[in-house]
Design a protein around this ligand. Structure first.
Ligand SMILES: [Zn+2]
Length: 284
């Protein structure tokens, strides 16, 4: 069964010692990967990897956490993000590469707010830059890879607003989807796909099981033709390896969980999610 990890970052520092070995472990399993850029240099590196390996594709864009310098602390890494804007000319040059399949990751993030700023201040810039990405995706006819953390209501408002005013929206995926069915339903109505990560394999928090129950409800109810699988490597390692650095081939854990929740075979879930990814990214 051929799996498509629709969102990973093997160009990141976390793999600087053994990048080739990590990629080989996944490529040997026949995996296809979307290497996702988060700013100028990681976008360019994603394109370089896509150029080198047949089954690797690239996405290019500016992640909202890079719009303001802030301390970022993920499960497995900790870094100070560099401040950067969306550089249309720079990305316009990269997007001409035939293996660039999407624009992003871009979006809204109210989880990482610099100490000296209010969420509203952060959102002004994030919205402006996200709209640049939407226009860029429309201009170059690419789907989007969208990041959203703690800002789904704002993102959904923005997307509906853009669609109403301009009469169009690009296609895209809401990467690492972790919210509830109400938000999911709106994204589906807007034409988007939902990307699920290893988070769906995590046990519910005993003290607060509701978020995980809500998420699994989405995995069960979302239309099968709108589901994508991803690892978000190096982050969000599935439960079996939790605490260790993630690798793209572990996306098989996500497929297994989807199959279990939807009472289908893993082969069926793999086949459909791979077809979905190829359709969205325009891969023959
Ligand atoms: Zn990511």
């Amino acid at each position: 069964m051929r799996l498509f990890d629709t969102h990973c970052h093997i160009q990141f520092q976390a793999y600087k010692e053994d990048r080739a070995e990590v990629l080989d472990r996944s490529l040997e399993k026949g995996l296809m990967m979307n290497m996702v850029g988060t700013q100028k240099d990681t976008s360019k590196m994603a394109v370089q990897l896509a150029e080198k390996y047949e089954n690797i594709y690239a996405s290019i864009g500016t992640h909202p956490i890079h719009l303001h310098s802030t301390h970022v602390d993920e499960e497995e890494t900790s870094f100070q993000s560099r401040e950067e804007n969306f550089d249309w000319e720079y990305y316009a040059d990269l997007v001409r590469h035939p293996k660039v399949v999407a624009i992003g990751e871009c979006g809204l993030d109210l989880f990482h707010v610099p100490k000296d700023m209010t969420p509203d201040q952060v959102l002004i810039k994030q919205k402006e830059v996200f709209i640049d990405h939407i226009r860029f995706a429309l201009e170059f006819d690419k789907p989007m890879v969208i990041h959203c953390r703690d800002a789904h209501d704002q993102l959904i408002d923005l997307l509906w607003g853009f669609k109403k005013e301009e009469g169009k929206l690009p296609q895209g995926t809401i990467h690492c989807y972790t919210s509830n069915w109400e938000h999911a339903r709106q994204y589906i109505d807007l034409g988007f796909y939902l990307g699920f990560t290893g988070v769906i394999t995590f046990p519910a928090k005993k003290t607060d099981p509701k978020p995980q129950e809500d998420l699994l409800e989405v995995v069960r109810r979302a239309p099968l033709e709108r589901i994508l699988i991803e690892t978000d490597s190096p982050y969000l390692t599935p439960q079996v390896n939790r605490g260790k650095r993630n690798e793209p081939w572990l996306v098989e854990e996500v497929v297994k969980k989807i199959a279990e929740l939807r009472e289908m075979t893993a082969e069926e879930a793999a086949l459909t999610t791979t077809q979905n990814a190829k359709r969205l990214f325009g891969i023959a």
